[in-house]
Structures are given as structure tokens and as C-alpha cells.
Ligand binder design. Sequence first.
Ligand code: CTP
Ligand code: CA
Length: 227
Amino acid sequence: VAARFGGGPLAGKRVLLTAGPTREFLDPVRFISNPSTGKMGLALAHAARSLGAQVTVVLGPVGAVARDGLDVVDVVSADDMAREVLARVGAVDAFIATAAVSDWRPETRAAQKVKKGTSAAPEALTLVRTPDVLAEASRQVAGQPKRPVLVGFAAETERVVEHARDKLERKGLDAIVANDVTAPGAGFGTDTNRVTVLTRAGARHELQGSKHEVARALLELLLVTAS
Ligand code: CTP
Ligand code: CA
């Protein structure tokens, strides 16, 4: 309701997000990906919208999801995601990277379906790194007079806080939301989440609940209270 009447604590703010997985095709029928469903990112997008923000989501392949009120840019690969984000990040107030971007892609993409052939073992697949969308976005806005607030997510399975702090610093972020994806009630495809938020200023917050509750709390913490 707040959004419809142009009010809300994030009225007039532009928020850009990435969400979902990426797909890195090796031929027309096969790809490398991961189990991300985009739920946390879309929960954040809808929460930002309901707080009054104008929201753009650069979204990997996730199937049917609620898009009402959001400006959704559909992408497939990490390269596509990087291009769409870098075209927009200079003009927003906040960029929140929730996507599970594939870190690797096949070096080449065959034009036709790769056949089994006659050999018993598959041919080796050569992989190359994809662009780091968040790190590139951070570098691109680094010199800007009014830099957007930059928030990353860290999906970890061990030494969660240590790895997340390292990413916060390495990517030049304002905050990182660390997720132990092996913990009960957290991770890929679940409706709940348990996260640790680390800020550049050194604060640490633990949040838990439904992905919608966590989304709302994160925005309050990182965008509303901070602005
Ligand atoms: N990210 C991104 N582009 C990539 C890889 C990651 O934008 N190619 C973003 C994610 O959206 C997330 C943050 O960077 O906000 C951290 O992602 P994560 O996979 O946890 O970290 P990596 O830097 O890829 O390191 P690793 O996978 O080795 O832990
Ligand atoms: Ca990664």
C-alpha cells in the first residue's frame, strides 16, 4: 500500500538486485548450474518494493515466480548477468547481489549437441572463470561521487564468518550476508533462512525466520536505518 501511494521509508530509492542461478551451456542441451531458486533475492525485491523502492531484479532462470511491481531483467549466463548489471549499477542507490553465479563456464559452446561417440569415457571439459558480477560492479562505481550501498551474500559450508569477512573486504562491500547453506533451515530452496550479517564498520547481526522476515529485517538494517 505504501508503494502505491509513493510513500514508505525507501520511497524514491532505486534498488538493483541479482537473484537465482546462472546457466553456462556447453552445447544447446547441456549446462553447468546450481540449485538456487532465487527465493531469498525475490523476497528482498518484494520487501524493498513494499518499503517504497523502485526495484530492478536481474534474474537467472528460476521458473515461474511473482514479478508484480518489479522490473525484471531475465538472463541466462554469468556474462549476460554482468552486462545487465554493469549497465545499471551506476544509477542506483543500492545493489544487492543474491545470485548464485556459476564461477566457471565451459571454454567453448558447441553449436550442435555433443554426441556420445564411440569412446567409453567422456571427453575432458575445459572450464574458464566467469566474470565476478559483484566485484566488477564494485570496481565500476568505486570512483563515483554517490556510490550505491553494496551488499553481497556469501554461501558457505565451513568457516562461514571468516570466509564472508574476506569477501566483504575483497569485493569492497558495505555489508555481507553470510549463509551456512548446510545448516538446518537455511540454504538452497528452503523457505526459511538463518544468516549472519557483517558490516564494513565491523558490526555483526544474526537474523533468522522465513525468507520474507529475513528480507524485511535485512532491508531495515542495511538500507532504512543506515539512510
Ligand atoms: N558473485 C557474483 N559473481 C560471481 C560470483 C559471485 O556476483 N561470478 C556474488 C554473489 O552474488 C554473492 C557474492 O558474490 O553476492 C559471493 O558469492 P560466493 O559464491 O559466496 O563467493 P565467491 O566470490 O564466488 O567465492 P567462492 O564461491 O569461491 O566461495
Ligand atoms: Ca562462487
